[in-house]
Design a protein around this ligand. Sequence first.
Ligand code: DGP
Length: 126
Amino acid sequence: MPYDYDDQNIFAKILRGEIPNDTVMETEHSLAFRDITPQAPVHVLVIPKGPYVCHDHFAAQASDAEIVDFMRLTARICATEGISPGEGGEGFRVIGNAGEHALQEVPHYHLHILGGRNLGALLEKQ
Ligand code: DGP
């Protein structure tokens, strides 16, 4: 079943300028801003400007230019936030939630970039 994008989601409203955000960096195809409820000292959300619901939707349907722009922006954020091991930082985690089981809250594709503290295990033990 194809994804159905809801343009009333909160990140669509941020992209239209209807809701303010704390922008970290913006490119032609992507926007990075700070999460409103940060889970770590660095918690940046990176979103494409196009109408994609989640990771597989974006990876399958976005143009090469959008995908490259998005991925390169995540790298620039890690470098400028000082969390890239390649730049002397202590590391980070990138998370992309999709759908119910991942508890995706906002149905506009986004990656969480988290860092600035030890992030612990990947998942809680069941
Ligand atoms: P997810 O569960 O992966 O869909 O995460 C959605 C994240 O979005 C969550 O960490 C909180 C954040 N968030 C929700 N509403 C807003 C908002 O209006 N502004 C900002 N900056 N972040 C928001």
